[in-house]
Design a protein around this ligand. Structure first.
Ligand code: DGL
Length: 275
């Protein structure tokens, strides 16, 4: 029997706060436990083995904190670690607990969004190289052509608070031009990285008419709500006190300062070590 606990949200750093804030807005009654592995971020250019090992440590830590359901809010971790954790680790750790990612819920909605059936994915090098998006989208919608573009400068622009600078304009325009020249029929660009919603205004500024940018947060939130409706046994063991706690592997002060950009409010943060 599982003991009731908060819902765990994991990201390599701050980016998952864009997902958490949408989840909190839709389901404020639940308790959440956010863990950012900031001391080892970014994950985007790390190998499969390293992302898997770090993500597994984070999931086990959130389980130890009492979470029964953990969302990998990080696209890179969802792409490189989710399946192995679900198939190899969960049965050993606790077969009743669950880990979910962000790629499948994003893939599920794309069929109803694109009209041209040509879709682009913007993400970290790890997410794009894993091919997880084309695989998941084509399982559900084999007629959709999926083109990926790694945008390795976008996360550092956000992390370094340079996302409103002219430097950001340069990289955003360059990467958008690249993907749209690979497939000019794209009508929908998925922001396949948790940091990118902070660049949304700029991205929209450079997109040609008829191409829209799709931010994941609200879809992930709705998909989680739907999951809990379909799995009352899991919903029953998710505590509902409306309390969120935040943990980082970096300095708690640094995290709480940066978190205000993502959440638009002050939060209290605790330091934690993953091993
Ligand atoms: N959170 C990661 C993602 O969504 C991006 C940041 C990183 O590279 O660690 O892919």
């Amino acid at each position: 029997m599982l003991k009731p606990g908060p819902i765990g949200i994991f990201d390599s750093g701050y980016g998952g706060l864009t997902i958490l804030s949408e989840i909190q807005a839709l389901m404020p009654q639940y308790d959440y436990c956010y863990l950012g592995d900031n001391s080892r971020a970014p994950y985007g250019s790390r190998s499969f083995e390293v992302v898997y090992e770090f993500t597994k440590q984070a999931v086990e830590t959130l389980f130890d904190m009492g979470c029964n359901l953990v969302i990998l809010a990080c696209n890179t971790a969802s792409a490189k670690a989710l399946r192995t954790i679900q198939q190899n680790d969960l049965p050993r750790i606790n077969p009743e607990k669950r880990v979910l990612g962000v790629i499948r819920p994003t893939a599920e909605i794309i069929g109803s969004v694109t009209k041209s059936r040509h879709v682009g994915i913007l993400g970290t090098a790890g997410t794009i190289q894993s091919e997880s998006y084309p695989i998941e989208i084509n399982k559900l919608f084999p007629d959709i052509k999926v083109t990926g573009e790694a945008c390795p400068m976008w996360v550092p622009l956000v992390e370094n608070r340079e996302y409103e600078s002219e430097g950001a304009d340069y990289f955003i325009r360059k990467d958008l031009n690249n993907i749209l020249s690979k497939d000019p029929r794209i009508d929908t660009l998925i922001l396949g990285c948790t940091h990118y919603p902070l660049l949304l205004d700029k991205i929209r500024k450079f997109l040609p008419r008829g191409v829209s940018a799709l931010s994941q947060g609200e879809y992930i939130a709705r998909s989680l709500q739907d999951y809990l409706r379909r799995h009352p046994e899991m919903d029953d063991v998710c505590t509902k006190g409306g309390v969120s706690r935040y943990f980082t592997t970096e300095s708690s002060q640094k995290f709480s300062d940066a978190a205000t950009i993502f959440l638009n409010k002050e939060i209290e943060v605790d330091h934690i070590t993953l091993e």
